[in-house]
Design a protein. Structure first.
Lengths: 509, 400
């Protein structure tokens, strides 16, 4: 048995309906190393980690995963099982119970018992021992809610270690941390390494690989394209591996003719509405022209969504900056005010924020536009139907009837309903937050064509996207966001994947 | 979905009826349950249950909680709850009784009509005012409705004791009594029945016409006729029956008008659409530009107003205001909504459904009373029916 490797992936393939998420992935992770994994959104990192944690149990994927010399054989509902075997994940969204103490969280579900009662003394003593062993500076009795994000992460790590984790997976651990907290995390990882614990480190911030990892695997389109010792790599090499593919003809060529500037944002700064100490937007500058598609690129957590929600009057507390629509300065304080001014927003979370799933297509389309059809005492159903029908037809929503419930539609058709609803209000500026997320290729193409049509009719479109290909394929200009500010706005001559990636990760400016 | 729709045009009448029954199993289960309950009591009471006098009693008995249930539907649809409505109605009832027995007696002697009009106006205003206060705290100060209205329940309990000083106040003056104890003259009863039935058919044909105009699938005409005909038949049986006794009771007519208005509001106005959208997905509604605070506030004002109506009807019907007025009515109102298919998660529920729910509860109570079942067992039976109804709902949702 080759004990040099703690984890080996052998020809792992994972198929979802219509999507091949992992294609023949093979690489290995050495015992005691810190192994980085990088790739664009959708490259397959998360799917791979979900196999390790048991979200996708043994048998739902092809190929083999060898853990500590044995094939990983996790059954259904096996998340607990993975932890018992020694694989622990610290998720991006922390999974602690905020109202419980640090100790209670660490031992949640595994409380030490004294007969039938919880042995609180042992629970806190054990917690304290783990925390001090690995130099995690958190008081065991503190309520988790009172801790900062950095300390919460330490609790997560302590929780993993209390289960005797052999492999600790950190998924985007630094996206919400300050620089000082990142520094502290790096120290912790070094301590863990000294204790012989293997770490898998996933991040979008490429420079972090060079601070901490021993080797890095790059994933792209569901494949592990390269595994290499970190000392042989550079950021430029990583980026090239991440994006190294050819652009296919996936984007319809439009005939857009950007005209004058209609929407102008200057030095916008805003605070987190739930935490007024945190600045979510820190100097955003951009403008959009009539008939133009402005792409906004940036990694998750770079403030893209916070930006558009703030523009729409529904998120951050604006502390500085000017928003001009046409000649007028606007300060939307609610969605209603933004809509009335001439903005429309296709939100990122289609099901959560875009649609009322239990209602019909008709009711969804007309919801923000009822003022057009209704007085105080009556809705003109004829006019409502006619307008909605026309929208649905021009967007080719595939449905037997406008009375069908939205929850019965496919992702692509649902997105068309969201777009219909926002076109009916005839916006001057249409903001689309990741408009093709979770939409199949055919429907994507239709949405792109629609965006071209709208731009040709003079609508100014702001398109946020996680897919670099999409940004490059559809935009007239690209604004790149990095940690809450606009790093640069590039013309299409300047923009390419490497340039955007290095701006978004903050290694260039 | 697509294939079943295109096949539908080829379906025979019975097959289509069956299909509609299956799709709307939940609605029909509750109707079947109602008919079943009626049949059981019909046989156990030797037919007296569906006799003129009892049918008359049944509908009047349901009317007070039905007013509350009509408002409660929208409250629950927006994802809220109102625990105060029973005691709020009770408070309004003792306030109007106090006005009738003391204030007007002192200041407006021998003017019973004016006194009654003033009592009604003040009663409605008190309901709307307290609804507004609770709504303000819920919508604008972000206190959960469960807590605010629980506090409201205690508050009204206290206020009732303050107004009554623990005594019973008579409210049986002429005009005022007629509000809930009076009857519609029998020929007018038939006129209203004819109007209601005419409206049902007109509405059915108009909606078919509209669908046709916009190229929607039409249901088989016989299915539509059958459903509308069934509703018309119920109205005819009801009016025929009560006309054999003393006629349609005033509160039932008032309830019918209220229900018609509430149905119109929920289906045909922005107010109604927004309420359902908020319950269906709060965030989507907010991003669609709906002012959620203002909507929730207004819904509680409406609920308070309807509690006022219920309180006035209550005082007039029982003829006095007492410290126990409205006790437990909020739970009957909530149960009516749930029985009628209102989802506690919000976004789903209809006023007619809640009316059927209220009718089921009243039917159970009157039937069990007629059979001289001990109150203890009446509660047990009601408990079982409520849980069974919701179980059936869960089952049909899973197997749709």
């Amino acid at each position: 048995m080759d004990n040099d490797f703690i984890l080996e992936f052998k020809n792992v393939t994972k198929q979802f309906p219509g999507v091949l998420a992992l294609k023949d992935v093979s690489f290995d992770i050495r015992r005691g190393e810190i192994h980085g994994i990088c790739g664009e959104n959708g490259a397959g990192k998360s799917t791979l980690m979900k196999i390790l944690s048991g979200v996708y149990p043994h048998g739902t994927y092809e190929g083999r995963v060898i853990f500590d010399g044995e094939e990983l054989n996790l059954g259904e509902s096996s998340i607990r099982e993975a932890g018992e075997k020694g694989i622990a994940i610290v998720y991006q969204e922390l999974t602690l119970v905020p109202t419980m103490s640090v100790g209670e969280n660490v031992y949640l579900g595994r409380e030490p018992l004294d007969g039938q009662a919880i042995n609180w003394n042992k629970l806190y003593a054990d917690t304290k021992k783990i925390l001090s062993n690995y130099e995690l500076d958190v008081p065991p009795h503190e309520i988790v809610r009172n801790l900062g994000v950095g300390k919460m992460q330490m609790v997560e790590i302590a929780k993993a270690l209390s289960e005797n984790a052999k492999v600790l997976i950190l998924d985007e651990p630094t996206s919400a941390l300050s620089e000082a907290e990142v520094e502290k995390l790096m120290d912790i990882l070094k301590t863990l390494k000294a204790h012989g614990i293997t770490c898998i480190y996933i991040t979008h911030r490429l420079e972090e690989f060079f601070r901490i990892t021993d080797r890095v695997t790059v994933m792209r389109d569901g494949k592990a394209v390269v595994t290499e010792a970190t000392e042989n790599l550079s950021v430029e090499k990583l980026v090239r591996h991440m994006v190294g593919r050819e652009m296919k003809e996936r984007f319809p060529k439009g005939n857009r003719k950007p005209a004058e500037v209609v929407f102008d944002v200057k030095d916008l700064q805003a605070l987190d509405p739930n935490d007024s100490n945190r600045k979510v937007l820190n100097g955003v500058n951009f403008d959009v022209r009539r008939g133009e598609i402005l792409g906004i690129a940036g990694l998750m957590g770079s403030g893209r969504t916070e930006l558009v929600m703030t523009l729409f009057g529904e998120y951050g507390k604006v502390i500085n900056g000017k928003i001009k629509l046409g000649d007028k300065e606007i300060k939307p304080r609610s969605a209603r005010e933004a809509i009335d001014a001439g903005l429309s927003l296709v939100p990122e979370d289609r099901k959560g924020m875009g649609l009322v799933l239990i209602q019909s297509i008709l009711k969804n389309i007309s919801l923000p536009n009822l003022d057009q059809f209704a007085g105080l005492f009556r809705i003109d159903v004829d006019a409502e139907l006619k307008a909605s029908m026309q929208q649905a037809k021009s967007l080719t929503i595939k449905t037997p009837s406008l009375e069908a419930l939205v929850e019965t539609l496919s992702g692509g058709n649902q997105q068309k309903v969201v777009i219909s609803k926002w076109l009916l209000s005839t916006p001057i500026v249409l903001i689309m937050d990741d408009p093709t997320r979770g939409v199949d290729v055919g429907a994507k193409y239709e949405i792109y064509k629609l965006m071209n049509d709208l731009a040709e009719k003079g609508v100014a479109i702001i398109m946020i996207s996680s897919e670099l290909e999409e940004v490059l394929g559809m935009s007239d200009r690209v604004m790149v966001m990095c940690r809450g500010h606009s790093a640069a706005t590039l013309s299409m001559q300047e923009a390419n994947e490497e340039r955007i990636m290095s701006l978004a990760t903050g290694i260039a400016s | 979905m697509e294939s079943t729709q295109s096949e539908q045009s080829k379906l025979s009448f019975t097959a289509e009826l069956f299909q509609i029954a299956r799709r709307n199993a939940q609605t029909y289960t509750i109707l079947l349950a109602l008919v079943g309950i009626w049949l059981i009591f019909f046989f156990t009471t030797g037919g007296a249950y569906l006799g003129a006098q009892n049918v008359s009693n049944l509908f009047r008995q349901m009317s007070v909680t039905a007013f509350l249930a009509a408002g409660m539907v929208l409250v629950i649809v927006t994802g809220n709850i109102d625990l105060s409505v029973g005691k709020m109605a009770g408070f309004v009832s003792v306030v109007v009784a106090y006005l009738q027995a003391n204030t007007w007696y002192d200041y407006l002697p021998n003017q019973p009509l004016l006194a009654a009009v003033l009592s009604v106006t003040i009663g409605l205003a008190v309901g709307a005012l307290f609804g507004a206060i609770q709504g303000y705290i819920i919508a604008y100060l972000n206190v959960p409705s469960f807590i605010v209205t629980l506090a409201g329940l205690w508050l009204f309990n206290g206020l009732i004791l303050l107004v009554t000083e623990g005594k019973t106040i008579p409210a049986n003056q002429p005009w005022f009594s007629d509000i809930a104890q009076g009857y519609v003259p029998t020929h007018w009863g038939w006129v209203f029945a004819a109007l209601a039935i005419g409206f049902l058919f007109w509405n059915m044909f108009r909606s078919r016409q509209n669908k046709q105009k916009h190229g929607f699938e039409l249901r088989n005409i016989y299915v539509d006729l059958l459903i509308t005909g069934f509703a018309a038949l119920i109205i005819l049986i009801y009016v025929y029956n009560v006309n054999n006794y003393r006629g349609v009771q005033n509160p039932v007519l008032l309830l019918a008008v209220t229900v018609a208005i509430m149905v119109y509001i929920s289906n045909n106005t922005r107010f109604g659409r927004y309420a359902y959208a908020i319950g269906g997905n709060r965030d989507a509604a907010r991003l669609s530009g709906i002012n959620i605070r203002s909507m929730v506030f207004r819904i509680f004002v409406l609920m308070g107003f309807l509690s006022g109506v219920a309180g006035i009807v209550l005082a007039s019907y029982v003829g006095y205001g007492t410290i126990a007025a409205g006790q437990g009515y909020e739970l009957d109102a909530i149960a009516s909504c749930i029985l009628g298919g209102t989802s506690t998660l919000g976004g789903i529920g209809t006023v007619p459904g809640a009316m059927i729910g209220a009718l089921i509860i009243a039917s159970l109570s009157t039937g069990l009373q007629m059979m001289n079942v001990a109150p203890a067992w009446q509660y047990v039976v009601k408990a079982i029916v409520l849980v069974l109804a919701v179980l059936a709902d869960v089952y049909f949702k899973k197997n749709r």
